[in-house]
Design a protein around this ligand. Structure first.
Ligand SMILES: Nc1ncnc2c1ncn2[C@@H]1O[C@H](COP(=O)(O)OP(=O)(O)O)[C@@H](O)[C@H]1O
Ligand SMILES: [Mg+2]
Length: 409
């Protein structure tokens, strides 16, 4: 059967149950999807667009052909490599045998944002039961077995599945801790150093240098590090969880995930001017993030690693996530590239390239230069302390040194 239909539900602000927003028809053979809002939803006071860019309320929705026929916000609400691996292992089938619609349907209440996808109007969402942090030992075992291709104990696998509907490729699970929901990022068998520890230390450094970082924690369980970041799209209310709408920068710009050559900060900045409810603030924040990414060699700044939250009337840039400095190889040369074009020198990770793009971010050249200089000083004077506090010893800090504060000017 080529065409499948799903009902799209939306959690409106402050609500712990969702209302039907419309129907999504998807032709998996040609890769085209079409969404239509329900009339009752459009007339509901306080209704939010399910995708404020591709599907504004009140406009006639256009079919979508990018990303396999998924509107941006729908694709964002579906898992990536990690969540797909967990789902496929539960269904005991190869990941490639499942369709985009299968993944949309199987993802549970821990997916990002405020949308839910159901096979019928009277179906309910898979129960929200993200595991407790206390169960981390079991989660680490399940994730480790799954990554290594070993059989996974079914009780542990189910526990992991309950929290694994967010995007991204690294092993992760949403957990409950101190009455809040947190994203726990786990170690991976391919890590050369402790990535949870590196992400924690780098995020602490980001916060010290003025970036907008969620509450974060680092825990070590049975010798394995876990990085925790509080979910900025969930809030505990009266025995349930209120949700905030989410859109990645990929969806804001309406790019296809394979369109790497088109990705540029300039296009994202143009969309921020159009859709953000605080454009100057968000442009400045994005500028600071790019400066920081250049200075800590965070090359994984692709447009799914920048997010926006949906507010009544527009978007705001979400707090920062997924900061993972790449290890530089001494002797191979220090030049490197970000994932998106920055300025006149394209993707080249050089502070001068960013400085030349000041106008893109509504900044005067003198202010851009000042922000960059301050960021440079903060990273140079702070990185060793923050990563040391995160638990790296002197020999590990020496291995990390070529990645911090060494960017080309
Ligand atoms: N603190 C957070 N609150 C809510 N959603 C988050 C948070 N951190 C990350 N996310 C979402 O989860 C996804 C995966 O997280 P990320 O850190 O990017 O993992 P990975 O390293 O596997 O790419 C992100 O693309 C983002 O949509
Ligand atoms: Mg990511």
């Amino acid at each position: 059967m080529a065409s499948t239909s799903l009902y799209v539900f939306c959690y409106l602000p402050g609500e712990v149950s969702a209302v039907p927003a419309g129907r999504f028809d998807h032709d998996g053979v040609v890769g085209v999807g079409t969404f239509a809002y329900g009339r009752r939803y459009v007339n509901r006071p306080g209704a939010l667009a399910v995708d404020p860019v591709a599907l504004p309320l009140g406009a006639d929705p256009l079919p979508v052909e990018t990303n396999g026929g998924l509107y941006g916000a729908f694709r964002d609400a579906s898992p990536d490599y990690w969540g797909r691996l967990v789902t496929a292992s539960g269904l005991k089938c190869p990941m490639e045998s499942l369709s985009e619609m299968d993944y949309l349907l199987h993802a549970n209440a821990t997916r990002v944002g405020n949308l839910d996808f159901r096979a019928s109007l009277d179906a309910t969402e898979p129960t929200l039961g993200p595991p407790e942090f206390q169960e981390m030992e079991d989660l680490l075992i399940a994730a480790g077995d799954l990554e290594a291709g070993r059989p996974v104990d079914e009780r542990r696998r189910l526990m992991l599945e309950q929290g694994s509907s967010l995007g991204g490729a690294r092993p992760k699970c949403t957990v409950q801790l101190d009455g809040e929901l947190w994203l726990a990022k786990l170690p991976s068998r391919n890590d050369r150093i402790s990535m949870p520890r590196l992400e924690f230390g780098s995020m602490k450094l980001a916060a010290r240098c003025g970036l907008d970082v969620p509450e974060i924690r680092l825990r070590t369980i049975g010798g394995r590090d876990v990085f925790l970041t509080r979910r900025f799209d969930r809030e505990a209310v009266g025995g349930g969880w209120a949700r905030r709408g989410y859109l990645s920068a990929l969806s804001l710009a309406q790019w296809d995930e394979h369109d790497r050559d088109r990705w540029s900060y300039r296009s994202i900045a143009e969309r921020i001017r159009k859709y953000s409810i605080r454009p100057s603030d968000d442009l400045r924040r994005l500028f600071l993030r790019i400066a920081f990414n250049i200075l800590v060699r965070n090359m994984d700044d692709h447009p799914r690693n920048h997010g926006f939250l949906v507010e009544q009337g527009g978007l705001i840039l979400s707090p920062q996530f997924d900061v993972e400095p790449a290890l530089a190889r001494p002797g191979v040369g220090s030049e490197f590239f970000l994932a998106m074009s920055i300025g006149p020198q394209g993707r080249l990770a050089a502070l001068g390239n960013l400085r030349s793009a000041a106008a893109t971010f509504n900044l005067k050249p003198v202010d851009a230069a000042d922000l960059i200089l301050r960021m440079q000083t903060c990273v140079a004077t702070g990185w060793r302390e923050e990563l040391g506090k995160a638990g790296f010893d002197d020999s590990e800090l020496d291995i990390l040194a070529p990645s911090f504060g060494k960017a080309a000017l």
